[in-house]
Write a protein that binds this ligand. Structure first.
Ligand SMILES: Nc1ncnc2c1ncn2[C@@H]1O[C@H](COP(=O)(O)OP(=O)(O)OP(=O)(O)O)[C@@H](O)[C@H]1O
Length: 591
């Protein structure tokens, strides 16, 4: 047990901290890099050069140095970095820290897995330390992340690198029930790590919530937070923050949009894009494969992939929650020989966190929506990223594949492209993403459709899931913005339905309203022109009409959506309960 520290000891400590802060402030001031320069272009200090104060009011240069020890950082931060085995800086850390430590606004862009988190955590800790921030001072910094899992990961890095400091930090993310408890403590937190929705909820509802003294704002995955999905929340948040602050934006696909930056009122930001000259936009150690796979063979391909990679840790991206749920449930019942997991925005938060942690620890296959596409640094390296459905754009591709080949590890990824989606290849090439186009070896394909068809006979609830997966996939293609790549009318819909194991093709009436004329000339069998208003009513076209009615739920975006079991389609609560119980039992059996 630690002995209580004496008054004298605390006084000594305070005095030595004051000395240290004075030294750090003078050092930072004296050796500021010029605005608009990239410290990476400077030579590193010669080996064994003295660091810190060199003589009367002269200090060592810190722009261009390669080791954390050579930066003007507090002993508390340096000790924690050393304890976590962080010794040399990555490129983005070398480029941005000299600017951010002297209080400048920073726009940082660097490849996935290249250490952007420390590039903003360190200046946050140092700013608050040098300002002598304490619990009574309230909120000093806000770090915003687009997803809950990423916020939790940032929180872990902060608590590890900031462990010797006395700051209080809080994780404010949606889906957690402790809002009331959070409301009581939020004003005592020095660093808030949050998703936009939850932060805004506190701004709106928590009495006396005060961030008027906040000094540093960070947007991780900035381009995502600034895009239209978070527009309302972000504008409302920014309007409540003090204008005098330091702002830092980081992403592998950074925004340069003047409008975006104007929304944040950045002051002469330093734009540090360390891999812009690199010949690839993705990590060098990432091997990327693209295969053209017809829609009705995608599940065969995925199943074959899983069966032939039983020793790998694999992250599989699908385009909607409902696809994730169906493929996960169905494949699990087929026992491929490796644990399967799933992650999507409609799961309860505790479950989401548990799955995320389990996937960090164990070899398994994780089926996920784009909720896992950005920022996550799964502890034990992911071997493969499999994109079953084409991502909505190149940025999304870059973030998805970036879940592997992180820092100095290697990794592999494969993208299944439909014959109608091959335009994506041009876009990847234009964005400096090096992919190898490979033909699938058909002789190795292990067909799964007939197995799925038998499963659907045995498990009626699975049939419902398959129908939902079918509808949401087509809807997601229909709603994609990039019409050069995505064209729902080019899809072999009957074959796709059969490949999911469905006995008949559900009819997709949402296609009717918007693309009626085009549909009539191409796939008119999809469309029933007389139906106008009953969106999402499914009917069977290869057999008896199915009677599933979907609610507006289908139109919602999967991403960041709070778990809400009350909107589980038209299932009764007993059915949902049974389904959940059977999932839990089977999952336990698998693990
Ligand atoms: N200086 C360093 N030395 C050694 N390892 C580092 C260093 N900086 C970061 N790392 C490690 O590199 C990995 C990737 O870092 P991080 O998650 O910050 O990447 P990122 O650039 O934010 O990626 P993404 O764009 O996917 O969000 C982490 O495991 C982190 O611990």
């Amino acid at each position: 047990m630690r002995r209580p520290k004496s008054k004298e000891f605390r006084k000594q400590q305070r005095l030595s901290e004051e000395d240290e802060i004075n030294l750090l402030n003078s050092w930072i001031q004296a050796q500021k890099p010029d605005s608009g320069t990239n410290p990476m272009s400077l030579k590193p200090l010669p080996k064994n050069s003295p660091v810190g104060r060199l003589g009367d009011n002269t200090f060592s240069r810190y722009a261009g140095v390669v080791r954390f020890e050579q930066l003007p950082l507090s002993k508390k931060t340096k000790d924690a970095l050393r304890a976590s085995k962080f010794v040399s800086m990555t490129d983005i850390q070398r480029a941005s820290l000299p600017h951010s430590l002297c209080g400048r606004d920073v726009l940082g862009a660097a490849k996935t897995g290249s250490g952007k988190t420390l590039a903003f955590i360190i200046p946050v800790l140092e700013k608050l330390y040098r300002e002598r921030w304490d619990v009574e001072a309230g909120v000093g910094s806000i770090i915003i992340s687009p997803t809950r899992e990423l916020a939790a990961q940032i929180f872990d890095v902060l608590t590890s690198v900031g462990k010797n400091h006395g700051f209080s930090a809080g994780l404010l993310i949606g889906g957690r029930k402790e809002v009331a408890i959070e409301k009581e403590s939020v004003n005592k937190l020095n660093v808030l790590i949050c998703t936009p929705g939850r932060l805004l909820q506190h701004m709106d509802e928590t009495p006396y919530f005060d961030c008027s003294e906040m000094k540093v704002l960070v947007l991780d995955e900035a381009d995502r937070i600034l895009d239209s999905g978070f527009k309302r929340e972000l504008n409302a948040i920014i309007s409540q923050l003090p204008k005098r602050r330091q702002t830092m934006l980081f992403s592998a696909t950074q925004t340069k949009s003047v409008q975006d930056l104007a929304r944040l009122s950045l002051k002469d930001p330093e734009y540090l894009s360390v891999h812009e000259e690199s010949i690839t936009a993705t990590p060098t150690l990432l091997k990327q494969i693209v295969m053209t796979v017809p829609l009705d063979q995608k599940l065969d391909m995925l199943w074959s992939f899983i069966k032939t990679h039983l020793q790998s840790k694999t992250l599989v991206f699908l385009s909607s929650c409902k696809q994730v749920k169906y493929v996960f449930e169905a494949f699990k019942k087929l026992h491929p020989g490796i644990p399967l997991k799933c992650l999507h925005g409609r799961m309860k938060q505790e479950k989401r966190m548990a799955i995320y942690s389990e996937f960090c620890e164990k070899r398994s296959v994780l089926f996920s929506t784009d909720v896992a596409a950005r920022g996550l640094d799964f502890n034990k390296a992911v071997d493969w990223v499999v994109q079953v459905d084409c991502p909505e754009n190149v940025a999304s591709y870059i973030h998805r594949v970036g879940r592997t080949a992180r820092y100095k590890s290697d990794g592999k990824s494969v993208l299944f492209l439909l014959p109608s989606e091959t335009q994506m290849l041009e876009k990847l090439k234009a964005a400096k993403v090096p992919v190898h186009l490979t033909k699938p070896r058909k002789e190795l394909l292990q067909p799964v459709s007939s197995l799925l068809a038998s499963l659907l006979v045995k498990y009626p609830e699975l049939q419902l899931r398959a129908q939902r997966a079918f509808v949401t996939y087509l809807r997601s293609i229909h709603l994609q913005k990039d019409k050069e790549i995505f064209d729902v009318l080019k899809l072999p819909i009957d074959e796709y339905s059969a490949s999911l194991g469905l006995p008949m093709t559900p009819k997709i009436r949402f296609l009717n309203r918007n693309i009626k004329s085009k549909a009539v000339s191409t796939k008119s069998s999809l469309v029933e022109p007389e139906v106008r208003n009953k969106e999402n009513v499914l009917e069977g076209s290869r057999g008896k009409p199915a009677t599933v009615v979907f609610k507006d739920e289908e139109t919602e975006n999967d991403l960041l959506h709070a778990a809400d079991t009350s909107s589980e389609g038209n299932m009764t609560s007993t059915e949902i309960g049974e389904l959940v119980n059977s999932f839990i039992k089977e999952e336990k059996a698998q693990d």
